[in-house]
Design a protein around this ligand. Structure first.
Ligand code: FMN
Length: 424
């Protein structure tokens, strides 16, 4: 039995809430409407917007349903978590002048990216070991991306391989790469991603050295998780997570399985990953990848205007402004603070993330120059709270919040936002 949880324990703690909605193929249910609770076999009339009006409500529920060591992995920053906090405070300091007497408007959330019409201006950022955070996360998120027509980015260190996830991918499937050292592995990874249906490549460059993430260390998390009595006690309080994880088996980085060989035999998972993936690529690596990938190519983790300019000259298709959610460098500026200077330095599309929690945050980033906004933790809070239907609900919350705030500003579409004002 996984993690030593007894069947009796699991039976007694049967889910009281559905862990997931049916897969995409079975159709998309409008949010906030009645849903079936499989365990009880009767209709649930819960209005999700009444029960969970904001991401904060999903986060609070997820916290109780995800074991502590996993929660700390998801939620932690590095150091004093000053950068993580700064992401929030700096977003709050972006204001707008409200508009009145503009008559009725019906705000449109559509935009374009890489020549595609997009129904919404936000998508799902890559999260390593997503399936540890919530069982089956990669599949749930990929299907949600497909249902809603928004990008889903899978991490190199996901718990599903590109092949596993291929049937779930929609039109905007993005593959995030932590750069393999070995050129043959690089080429193989790109081929696998392309064959599986990923259209867009992301190279993440803001992990030039390991980050300490002390809070995560304190929680007892190791890779793979060691089953100590302390970890077991944490799992025992989270039956929904435990049951689903037991069904699927211990999560690990399945996309990298193929590259285990004689040289990596006997290494711990962490050492294996460290051996395979070079954390600090250079400009030549970018050039090599540019030549090797014929679809859109995004560089993720850019915080300086001069880097954006240079990447544009090397043929990147987009710049992704991010401080990795405050997980890497506790002296980094917030990503919203650097966004305007990067906007001024490049004509490329800009993706933006780190600390986005609301539709208003998305509007703030767009007003300051972002073309598209990505969220990482938020989607995992939603999964942890309500399973797959939490993801649909979060998308609905974000869209409704954007529409409500655009109404306050008299903006009929994303091109009509008023100028952002830096509040004191
Ligand atoms: C638990 C966790 C794991 C992450 N893993 C990756 C990863 O494997 N690859 C990557 O490029 N970024 C990774 N990121 C960064 C996210 O892609 C994204 O930049 C960040 O989460 C955005 O901030 P937000 O979570 O506040 O929305 C990770 C972030 C978190 C919180």
């Amino acid at each position: 039995m996984f993690y030593g949880c007894s069947p009796l324990f699991l039976a007694k703690n049967t889910l009281r809430f559905p862990a997931s909605i049916p897969p995409a193929q079975r159709g998309h249910r409008p949010h906030g409407t009645a849903g079936q609770i499989p365990a009880l076999g009767r209709k649930c009339t819960m209005d999700l917007h009444a029960a969970y009006p904001a991401l904060a409500d999903l986060r609070a529920r997820a916290r109780h349903r995800i074991p502590k060591f996993v929660w700390e992995y998801l939620d932690s920053g590095t150091g004093f978590e000053a950068t993580k906090a700064r992401n929030r405070t700096a977003l709050d300091r972006v204001g707008f002048a409200p508009s009145v007497l503009h008559g009725e408007i019906t705000p449109e959330l559509t935009t374009t990216l890489f020549g595609h019409d997009m129904p919404l201006p936000f998508g799902i950022a890559p999260i390593g070991m997503s399936g540890l955070i919530w069982p089956g996360a990669e599949g749930h998120l990929a299907r949600a991306g497909a249902r809603h027509g928004i990008p889903y980015a899978i991490s190199t260190v996901a718990t599903q391989s590109p092949e596993d996830i291929a049937p779930d991918l929609g039109q905007h499937a993005w593959f995030q790469m932590y750069p393999p050292r070995d050129p043959d592995i690089r080429t193989d990874m790109l081929n696998r991603a392309r064959t599986a249906g990923f259209t867009t490549l992301i190279l993440t460059v803001d992990v030039p050295s390991a980050s300490r993430r002390e809070r995560q260390v304190r929680s007892g998390l190791t890779n793979p998780p060691s089953i100590t009595p302390r970890i077991l006690a944490q799992i025992a309080t989270c039956p929904a997570w435990a049951i689903e994880t037991a069904k699927r088996g211990m999560p690990h980085m399945r996309g990298l399985d193929k590259y285990a060989n004689a040289a990596t035999q006997g290494l711990s998972t962490t050492a294996h990953v460290g051996y395979l993936l070079r954390t600090a690529p250079d400009w030549d690596y970018v050039k090599w990848l540019r030549d090797a990938w014929d679809g859109p190519f995004i560089i993720k983790g850019i915080m300086r205007p001069q880097d954006a300019t240079q990447l544009e000259s090397l043929g990147a298709d987009a710049i992704w402004v991010s401080n990795h959610a405050g997980r890497q460098f506790d002296a980094a500026l917030s990503s919203i603070e650097v966004l305007p200077s990067i906007r001024a330095a490049t004509t490329l599309p800009i993706l933006f993330d780190s600390g986005v929690e609301t539709g208003l945050d998305i509007l703030r980033a767009i007003a300051l120059g972002a073309d598209y906004v990505m969220l990482g933790r938020a989607f995992h809070f939603a999964l942890g709270a309500l399973g797959a239907r939490g993801v649909d609900h979060l998308i609905d919350i974000l869209a409704k919040d954007m529409i409500a705030n655009m109404g306050q500003m008299g903006a009929k579409d994303l091109r009509s936002l008023p100028p952002a004002i830096e509040l004191p």
